[in-house]
Design a protein around this ligand. Structure first.
Ligand code: NAI
Length: 353
């Protein structure tokens, strides 16, 4: 993958390649768009089999954050960092150094959690940059709870469009991944009277959920996709909908928190052809972004009403898709791109450090 070519085709502003041999740090920081305000995006630390996978991941994730901002009405854009995890990575020093790079961007980029970056790593970043979501009481609060709330709000709108009621009562759900977000969604759905099956690769995650919620059915991870359910709710890693998994899905609705659920954009069209409604991930999982951005830009934590608005956006997308005979993804992408183009035409705000 050629970096400059990739930047041009998806219109990236800036991609920084970071290296420090002392700490085994190799990272890529991508800023997709700051036309409407600063870029927001977490730090993902992952063992990529090849360098190219890391580059592809960071670009895709950063661009999705811009789309997420556009449809959530957040005055900002997309960014992301990936750290290429390896044996000689000295986590503490590496995160501190990364924080310095973020600081040097002078507020053009706010960063936060993602896979491999939890409370501990966020506090390391916070030693060297002010532009990070702090995991303690000085930060915005529980981002995963905000995400779960947004997913449920969007899901309700989708349930109403598909099944005629906003309630999950009596419907069957399969939740893939019961970590921070998935476990919260599982509990909310059970409380409402839904039949919930879950699967997780990590037995610890299942045990933690069972300790607080016994009314769930646990399935082996490889059987979850074939479960006879109404809704498949991906809350683990991306790329779960691909050529092989598509044909196994029995659900009528796919709606969850995972980023980049589709292995390729064409899989969204394929779901549509099969009569399965896919609510675009970046629309549904914007809760944490809405809370994080409100906190950083306005010092506000009470954003429940804004998060609930995800429901209205989902309803609008599904209705427009039905009327136009298109996939929800096509409608959402077009609207997000329209808003991004409009913001770019107005020019970029000035950031000073
Ligand atoms: P997490 O790391 O707490 O939980 C993910 C869970 O999925 C883990 O328990 C893991 O063992 C499990 N898992 C991984 N692969 C699996 C597989 N093939 N089958 C079954 N289980 C599997 O992550 P978190 O924070 O709950 O996020 C979940 C998803 O939502 C991720 O894709 C994340 O990028 C996305 N997301 C999270 C946000 C947040 O606020 N935490 C915000 C927006 C998106």
């Amino acid at each position: 993958m050629r970096i400059l070519e990739a930047m041009r085709s998806d219109d990236f502003e800036e991609v920084l390649l970071l290296q420090d041999r002392r700490y085994g740090l190799r990272a890529i920081l991508a800023l997709h768009d700051t036309s409407s305000g600063p870029a927001f995006g977490g730090v993902r630390r992952w063992r990529y089999p090849r360098e190219e996978h890391a580059l592809r991941d960071v670009l895709r994730l950063a661009r999705a954050m811009t789309m997420k901002c556009a449809l959530a009405g957040v005055p900002g854009g997309g960014g992301k960092v990936v750290i290429l995890d390896q044996d000689d990575l000295r986590t503490e020093e590496a995160y501190e150094l990364l924080g310095q790079h973020v600081q040097q961007l002078g507020g053009r980029f706010y960063t936060g959690p993602d896979v491999g970056t939890g409370h501990h790593e966020l506090s390391l970043l916070a030693r060297t940059t002010e532009y990070v979501t702090r995991p303690d009481e000085s930060g915005p609060g529980d981002l995963a709870a905000a995400t779960a709330r947004g997913v449920i709000a969007g899901m309700r709108a989708a349930l109403e469009e598909l099944f005629g009621s906003r309630s999950a009562r009596g419907l069957r759900f399969a939740i893939q991944g019961v970590g921070e977000v998935g476990a919260k969604i599982a509990r909310l759905l059970v409380a409402e009277g839904a039949e919930v099956s879950v699967a997780d690769l990590d037995e610890g995650a299942i045990e933690r959920l069972l300790a607080v919620e016994t009314e769930i059915d646990v399935l082996p991870p490889e059987r979850l996709l074939d479960a006879p359910v109404d809704v498949f709710c991906p809350c683990a890693m991306g790329g779960v909908i691909h050529d092989l998994s598509l044909g196994r899905l029995l659900a009528r609705l796919v709606a969850g928190s995972a980023n980049n659920v589709l292995a390729l954009p064409r899989h969204g069209e394929e779901l549509h052809r099969r009569g399965i409604v896919y609510v675009p991930d970046y629309v549904l999982n914007a809760g944490a972004l809405i809370l994080g951005a409100a906190f950083h830009l306005r010092g506000q934590r009470d954003v429940g009403a804004e998060i609930e608005r995800i429901g209205e956006t989902v309803r609008w997308i599904l209705r427009a898709a039905r009327e136009g005979g298109e996939s929800p993804m096509a409608v959402a992408d077009r609207e997000a791109e329209r808003r991004i183009a409009e913001a770019r035409a107005k020019g970029r705000p000035f950031f000073s450090s």
